[in-house]
Design a protein around this ligand. Structure first.
Ligand SMILES: Cc1ncc(COP(=O)(O)O)c(C=O)c1O
Length: 389
């Protein structure tokens, strides 16, 4: 074995997909090509001014310059509890049922180390956010995919899940509104998840990254609003997308108090918590006015309609999603996800994400993100229309 060989666990996961995509785009740009990226879902608009202002004040205060505690600032936890009460109708105890996380990605990854032993199983939505499979693999456990079935509204078919996998599963990763499909949770699904989790003693991790990014009057629920969910689950709430805060690394875990205590125990061995100034800015986001979020959603809805309209013009049958920052569309006949994404990159110099990057059930689809400024999005769509119609 060579000095710098990665561990077998690291070797077992494919290179992080966005890193791969970024490299290809960088190569093209280095060669002088003007590439329009509709790949990554990273809000293009700045964080809302009242949040930046709260950060400015907090960062100037030396009291916030020291090590944070992993339990989190009271201001952040109480703001989170008030937000969950008013926004979702969910009562959480800010002392035992809420804790900050350094982004949802950190939280999901560390939950794997907090709960999984070798040979344990983590059930992962497929297609899904890559950390649902990478996290368990790095923790030495085994991710088992739960294909999201289009005809069921992009949820797993809970009736047909492998009994053995259910019996060995310790975690189940779900996410609605869903990346990458844009699907919102169908009525009754969370109730069925709670029943299944109870029957098989599985901790449900609902990744709530997109609840604030919804359109056409749709209001996304919290998983924790489902009767019994607090007994079997936690929700990872990210401020990244809804509040344009991807760079700030601000998220929280809420729900089952015992599970949160275990996550805390793991984290005290791994990191030193979330910068307190960011927690205070996060509190300002959670307790601030909704207008900025609503204005942002109007922008996304308009861009979504632009994407859906253009795709339909070139013969791609696609439904406008009610939530998230993504349009999930089938690739034209005769293409795989990758061959279509490559065609679009080579012909139109536009990046779209091949659906297969999110898991085998994403094959046959591609994903467009609407987090690109209007002029660039229009330019990208015009190129797609010109080269592919
Ligand atoms: C489903 C999902 N979960 C989590 C994340 C990451 O969130 P955070 O920025 O809080 O780490 C993303 C980002 O794209 C996502 O799509």
């Amino acid at each position: 074995m060579a000095l710098t060989d990665p561990s077998k666990r690291l070797e077992a996961i494919p290179p992080y997909m966005f890193a791969e995509l970024e490299r290809r785009v960088a190569d093209k740009r280095a060669a002088g090509v003007d590439v329009v990226s509709l790949g990554i879902g990273d809000p293009d608009r700045p964080t809302y001014p009242h949040i930046v202002e709260a950060m400015r004040e907090a960062v100037a205060d030396p009291a916030n310059h020291r090590y944070p505690s992993n339990r989190g600032r009271e201001e952040f936890r109480t703001a989170l509890a008030s937000f969950y009460a008013s926004r979702f109708g969910v009562t959480i105890d800010p002392d035992s049922q809420a804790m900050p996380a350094i982004g949802a990605k950190e939280c999901i990854y560390n939950l794997c180390f907090a709960f999984l032993d070798p040979d344990d199983i983590a059930l992962a939505a497929d297609p899904g956010y890559p950390v649902y499979t990478g996290g368990p693999t790095l923790a030495g456990a085994r991710p088992v995919l739960m294909p999201l079935v289009g005809e069921l509204g992009f949820v797993p078919d809970l009736e047909r899940m492998d009994r053995m996998a259910l019996d060995s599963a310790r975690l189940m990763f779900l996410n609605y509104p869903n990346n990458p499909t844009g699907a919102v949770v169908p009525d009754g699904f969370f109730e069925r998840v709670v029943a299944l989790a109870r029957a098989h003693e599985i901790l449900v991790v609902h990744d709530n990254a997109y609840s604030e990014t919804t359109f056409d009057g749709y209001v996304a629920p919290s998983f924790l609003a489902t009767p019994g969910a607090m007994e079997v689950g936690v929700e990872v709430f990210s401020l990244s997308k809804g509040f344009n805060m991807t760079g700030w690394r601000c998220a929280a875990i809420v729900g089952n108090a015992d599970a949160i205590r275990t996550y805390w125990r793991l984290k005290t061995n791994v990191d030193s918590g979330l910068f307190e100034a960011v927690q205070l800015a996060g509190a300002a986001a959670l307790s601030g006015p909704r207008t900025a979020v609503e204005e942002m959603n109007e922008i996304y809805a308009r861009r979504r309609d632009l994407v859906v309209g253009t795709l339909r013009e070139i013969g791609v049958v696609v439904q406008p999603p009610k939530g998230t920052i993504y349009v999930w569309a089938p690739v034209p006949e005769g293409h795989t996800s990758v061959s279509f994404a490559e065609l679009v990159l080579e012909e139109a110099a536009v990046v779209v994400s091949p659906g297969s990057m999110y898991g085998p059930s994403g094959e046959g689809f591609f994903r467009i993100s609407v987090t690109t400024p209007d002029e660039r999005l229009t330019e990208g769509l015009e190129r797609i229309r010109h080269h592919l119609s």
